[in-house]
Design a protein around this ligand. Structure first.
Ligand code: NAP
Ligand code: GDD
Length: 348
């Protein structure tokens, strides 16, 4: 039976990757850090599965990483653990560095010394490109801006700098010590399990609350948002964890961009979400709060997923409009079922 260890198992991607690997017959050891409140809500449906083992550990503590990996003796290790919120990284750059940058190095160091070295996946990010992009010319004479595996990195946040350090460490350990180590440069991916401080989930939860309030003749405060004009390449997390898995099944380790190839502004996401409840004038419900603007912004992300398409035979299955619709409908359902649009105890 194949064995995998997932660091960051309690997060959005950790929960979907656990679902995928368990469905493929793996034994999964999920590493969760100690928190004062339960952080396993996204895993509630897996906790009784015999092939799923939840252990405590923290990637900033190299001793705990050592003990976990040497006990589990995995074939594959996925590092999804991070302080992953970009805005927070401006407030807590030191913590972000320790977790998101050094944490990856800790895992690589332990793997380097193992007798039977597992294959390693690092969760790299399109944030590393910052404001860097290239021009692509199409056969019909049109052109577009995009990022791919050859685009220069120009990180614009402490989070992106820490991710870039981890990305380079992964490449260095692959070249220097012959580790089977891959980085997936994933563009934004969202879902019904997305954390509620990321803009997509913040919007879809608000739309669900608004729908409920309007149906009951109640009023709720306006939604406070920051920059509506940045553009992101948004896909569904369930599609993206398949690409992580595929990277570790190849003959040779490599890095891949994982993206849809489409970009949409935050405003377009907002428009689409409000449309789901029949509202076409979102301005009545939103207020712009400059405190939510970042000291430095990534203005435009659009990934070119040709390498992943060709070599991994990977393609995203969820369109932008389906992504928004799924998130809004999930939040509306859990709003009426649980009295809150959170509802992440229902991991659908
Ligand atoms: P997420 O929901 O924020 O999950 C992050 C995970 O890391 C959580 O399980 C968290 O635990 C854990 N963690 C935080 N600090 C830790 C520590 N010191 N030791 C061990 N675990 C720790 O993020 P996600 O959206 O699933 O993303 C997964 C990974 O992909 C992250 O590394 C993220 O930076 C990267 N990424 C995400 C995207 C995206 O659009 N989602 C795109 C590119 C790259 P708690 O549950 O206790 O907080
Ligand atoms: N979070 C947040 N909250 N973002 C807002 C808000 C708000 O109220 N209003 C506008 N935005 C804008 C941000 O300024 C940014 O341009 C965009 O919405 C997306 O912000 P997030 O959803 O926080 O995601 P992100 O793009 O910064 O980072 C996510 O994607 C990266 C990959 O590109 C995270 O998942 C990172 O961990 C990931 O690496």
């Amino acid at each position: 039976m194949k064995r995998a260890v997932i660091f960051g198992v309690t997060g959005q991607d950790g929960s979907y990757l656990s679902d995928l690997l368990l469905s493929l017959g793996y034994k999964v050891t999920g590493v969760a850090r100690r928190t004062s409140c339960d952080n396993t809500l996204r895993l509630a449906h897996l906790l009784h599965c015999k092939r799923f083992n939840l252990v405590q550990g923290d990637i900033t503590d190299v001793g705990s990483v050592y003990r976990i990996l040497n006990k589990a003796k995995p074939h594959e290790v996925y590092n999804l653990a991070a302080q992953s919120h970009v805005w927070t990284s401006f407030d807590q750059p030191g913590l972000t560095w320790d977790v998101t940058g050094k944490g990856c190095l800790n895992i690589l160091e332990v793997i380097r010394d193992m007798n039977k070295r597992p294959r390693f996946y690092q969760a790299s990010s399109s944030e590393m490109f910052g404001d860097s992009m290239e021009l692509m010319y199409f056969e019909d004479g049109s052109h577009g801006k995009y990022q791919d595996e050859n685009t220069a990195f120009n990180p614009q946040s402490p989070y992106a700098i820490a991710k870039l350090a981890a990305h380079h460490a992964t490449g260095l350990y692959r070249r220097s010590y012959d580790l089977f180590a891959c980085s997936g440069i994933l563009f934004n991916h969202e879902s019904e399990r997305r954390g509620d401080r990321f803009v997509t989930r913040k919007v879809t939860r608000y739309v669900a609350d608004l729908d409920y309030a309007l149906a009951n003749g109640e009023q709720i405060p306006k939604l406070r948002l920051g920059n509506l004009y940045s553009e992101r390449d948004w896909g569904h997390a369930e599609d993206y964890v398949k690409a992580m898995f595929l990277m570790l099944q190849q003959d040779k380790p490599d890095d891949y961009v994982v993206a849809t190839g489409e970009t949409h502004s935050v405003e377009e996401f907002v428009i689409q979400a409000f449309k789901c409840i029949g509202i076409y004038d979102y301005e009545d419900y939103i207020t712009i709060d400059e405190k939510l603007y970042r000291p430095s912004e990534v203005p435009y992300l659009r990934g070119s997923p040709f390498k992943a398409n060709d070599f991994l035979d990977w393609k995203p299955e969820t369109s932008f409009t389906d992504l928004v619709r799924r998130m809004v409908h999930h939040d509306i359902q859990s709003r009426s079922k649980y009295g809150t649009s959170e509802g992440i105890s229902n991991p659908s």
